[in-house]
Design a protein around this ligand. Sequence first.
Ligand code: COA
Length: 250
Amino acid sequence: MSRKIHHEKAGTRGLMTCFVHGSGGSQGVWVRQMAGLADVARVVALDLPGHGESDGDGVGTIDQAADAVRQVLDELGVARAVVGGHSMGGAIALAFALANPDRLAGLVLVGTGARLRVLPKILETLERDYAEGVRLVVELAVAGDASPGLKDTLVRETLLNPRPAMLGDLRACDAFDVMARLGEIRTPTLVVCGEGDRLTPTKYARYLRDRIPGARLVIVPGAGHYVQLEKPDETTAAIREFLLQGGVTG
Ligand code: COA
């Protein structure tokens, strides 16, 4: 029997769009996009292995995590879907695209990159003092002008992950590199990045836009790494336009 991969669903018609969260996260990071896209797509957001309500100890490698996306699509009986991901979830979406081109209708890459090396200071701090490490990650991840409660919420929710799961996520990111393979991707692609993103800077987003054939890029002013939570309406609008007018077809 396969492991349980928990997922939440919204919407009853349109193309299936499957969202994947980033390091130390859960499906909840997509709550605003789930609500804002349910009238144009069947939206699913999953908890990766070892996160939220899913089984397992952690994601393993990025390629192994992409199997969780395929499992959810199989369980839902979906042949092709748009796959979207934030940060590590974007890496997983890219890995899914490279391994399963026939299952893909489009890609949505939010606050992510084709290579995700992690600052050694982040890994060292998480090892030494988990709570301090999580506060450091959130401090770097959220732009200065975000709502005051957002950082506290993110710290609280990230701390729900046991330290090994969070460290496993970041080590999987650190080992991820598909910079040389982006030209193989042949699917409509939207890249979204907060203008003030310090963890996956706009340079990474421009690289994705320049190397994935036909990809379009939306840079969101006033947002950092958690662009879909910091500027939810702008992020949802960009994805909505992509789903409706981006050449995405089932
Ligand atoms: N897209 C485009 N360019 C990228 C890239 C990506 N995804 N990842 C790395 N590069 C570029 C870098 O900008 C650098 O270019 P340069 O030589 O012109 O300056 C080059 O590739 C090598 O970069 P990198 O492999 O990252 O090594 P580094 O020793 O320069 O830096 C870090 C290592 C960790 C300091 C750096 O990757 C960083 O600041 N990362 C962001 C912070 C972080 O921890 N993010 C978490 C991601 S989950």
